[in-house]
Design a protein around this ligand. Structure first.
Ligand code: ITT
Length: 198
């Protein structure tokens, strides 16, 4: 069986993609290939960051590899927080309190309070480095930001994001619905489709 490395240690992402590619590819994590490096992620777009991670593994460890990078873009804030979604509050001099996710959402809600346009989207880019080839798969889910947090499922900005076509946040809708329409699910489906057709 062919081997692909997923350049992530996120157990949830790994489990999900392993189940989908079962019987076709053996999917190894960074831990499986004994990579404990601090892989650089210095790009200004999701695709650049994803490629940087996947290429690093190909160059240093020799495996074909894919990596993803995701985040939230808010139209009225010049597409902030974007590639800085995970570090938004801390990068702006805030403490990650009571949690990193709470601090990120609080800052975003503050900055958006005066704006009428609440449009936002989540984006994922996946980069696949296979032999000499590079391929990209993008996923997007459009929606808007609400002024208060609602729901307790999911992670990150889920409690303040309502996807188009729904009146509940991702944190209220839960995993089953979210995984059917999310940016990550859409990008992953394109990757799987590509691999199935090789
Ligand atoms: P890796 O170790 O795989 O890099 P990560 O937590 O950095 O994991 P992502 O690159 O997928 O994950 O996402 C970066 C940030 O964007 C994440 O920390 C969240 O704040 C936000 N984000 C991404 N996808 C999200 C989602 O589905 N729901 C809510 N927030 C999300």
């Amino acid at each position: 069986m062919k081997t692909l490395v997923l350049a992530s240690n996120n157990a949830h992402k790994l489990e999900e993609i392993r189940a989908i590619l079962e019987g076709m590819y053996e999917v190894k994590s960074l831990k499986d290939i004994e990579c404990f490096d601090d892989i650089p992620e210095t790009g200004t777009t999701f695709a650049e960051n994803a490629l940087q991670k996947a290429q690093y593994i190909k160059e240093h460890y020799g495996y074909d590899c894919f990596a993803d990078d995701s985040g939230l873009q808010v139209e009225a804030l010049n597409n902030e927080p974007g590639v800085y979604s995970a570090r938004y509050a801390v990068m702006n001099g805030r403490e990650a309190l009571p949690t990193k996710d709470e601090a990120n959402m609080d800052l975003l809600l503050e900055r958006l309070a005066e704006q009428e346009n609440k449009k936002a989207c989540f984006r994922t880019s996946i980069a696949l480095v296979m032999g000499e080839e590079k391929h990209f798969f993008d996923g997007i889910v459009e929606g808007h930001i609400i002024p208060e947090k609602r729901g307790s499922e999911g992670f990150g900005y889920d409690p303040i994001f309502v996807p188009d076509g729904y009146d509940k946040t991702f944190a209220e809708l839960g995993a089953e619905i979210k995984n059917g329409i999310s940016h990550r699910a859409r990008a992953m489906a394109k990757l799987v489709d590509f691999l199935n057709n090789l």
